[in-house]
Ligand binder design. Structure first.
Ligand SMILES: NC(=O)c1ccc[n+]([C@@H]2O[C@H](COP(=O)([O-])OP(=O)(O)OC[C@H]3O[C@@H](n4cnc5c(N)ncnc54)[C@H](O)[C@@H]3O)[C@@H](O)[C@H]2O)c1
Length: 327
């Protein structure tokens, strides 16, 4: 299959490309990415099967550029990871989120329709459902109730994607996953933020009381699920992807503190983010029963290895922190 992976230079996209090249050596992968502050080609060094991979720099909202890459490479499927992805940034300025997460997806869908692609996978998030009340879990039929401009932009993109299935018969699917952890995550997100702060002798900034709870999914488990949806997902369907590893932010930070105790990290509680959802709990029975997926990683091992990865790769994250500071 000839697959256009958009946003493949980011955290999940780069892990996905590595997985595809390993698991499907017959596929051709074209990575189309704008290389925003969150996208790094250093996420894609030492790829297996280099001959089946190429990179094109471009904006998913640029219809001409997307059309050209799809036509010239006879692309058969698109998996869209490209997005502005940091909730805090969406609170400061929603405009780039509207551009990439809504206009960008509208552009990709129009091109997918024009060239009659055989599959379109929109990578989305459990945040579109909003905060989950106690003793509840949200399945794919739950109403959308996003709290942040980020989550609202993702919900809009999900609806656009599903409309292209209903109106035009585009074979599109949406995946909604829990919080991912793993290597190559930009050091503004919880796990790498805390690890890099601890290693730099800075305090670990925890929002509010730290009691907000998330479900922590290994990025490779998410990538395997997305790959399965790409190949076997039923058109027009949404698939929740969960791990059932519920931890508060404080528990995650304590886990990191424990592993990095030699650095004697200290927590600093800071003012909570506005609209911060209390908890996300999604029901992933559908992908388990219909497609036979289940997560493989044990949380303790996966999180331990992830923390170690940041410890032994300062050459990856130090330049990113410097770039953010100088911006
Ligand atoms: N990280 C998570 O825990 C998580 C959980 C659920 C869903 N998601 C979703 O998964 C996707 C990937 O998330 P991530 O954490 O890898 O994000 P990321 O911020 O690490 O990467 C996003 C990538 O998209 C690229 N990009 C942004 N705007 C673009 C544009 N207009 N055109 C082309 N490329 C553009 C960036 O350069 C970057 O490489 C996002 O859609 C996000 O909403 C993430």
């Amino acid at each position: 299959m000839k697959i256009l992976v958009t946003g493949g230079a980011g955290f999940i996209g780069s892990n996905f490309i590595r997985l595809l090249l390993r698991a499907h050596p017959e596929d051709q992968i074209i990575n189309f990415d704008l290389l925003t502050y969150a996208g790094q080609l250093t996420n894609l060094t030492n790829l297996p099967n280099q001959a089946n991979y190429s990179f094109v720099k471009g904006d998913i909202a640029d219809s001409q550029a997307v059309g050209q890459v799809v036509k010239n490479n006879r692309i058969e499927a698109i998996v869209n990871f490209a997005a502005e992805s940091h909730v805090d940034r969406s609170i400061l300025n929603a405009a780039p989120f509207i551009h990439s997460n809504i206009d960008g997806v509208a552009t990709l869908l129009a091109i997918a329709k024009k060239y009659q692609l055989t599959k379109f996978v929109q990578v989305s998030t459990d945040e579109v459902y909003g905060s989950t009340p106690l003793h509840t879990k949200f399945d794919e039929q739950a109403p959308l109730s996003p709290s942040s401009p980020y989550a609202a932009s993702k919900a809009a993109a999900d609806l656009l994607t599903l409309s292209y299935f209903k109106t035009f018969g585009l074979k599109a699917c949406v995946t909604r996953s829990a919080n991912n952890y793993g290597p190559y995550q930009f050091p503004e997100k919880l796990v790498p933020l805390m690890v890099t702060a601890a290693l730099n002798g800075r305090k670990l900034p925890v929002y509010g009381t730290g009691k907000n709870s998330r479900d922590w999914l290994n990025v490779l488990d998410n990538c395997r699920a997305i790959d399965l949806v790409l190949r076997s997902g039923h058109p027009g369907q949404i698939y929740n992807i969960a791990a059932h590893n519920y931890r508060t932010n404080l528990q995650i930070v304590d886990r990191i503190k424990k592993q990095l105790e030699a650095a004697q990290p200290q927590i600093a509680f800071v003012k909570d983010r506005p609209g911060n959802d209390v908890r996300y709990v999604i029901d992933d029975s559908k992908i388990r029963h219909e497609l036979g997926w289940r997560p493989e990683f044990d949380f303790e091992t996966g999180m331990g290895d992830t923390i170690d990865w940041y410890v032994i790769h300062p050459e990856w994250w130090e330049p990113l922190l410097t770039a953010v500071k100088n911006r």
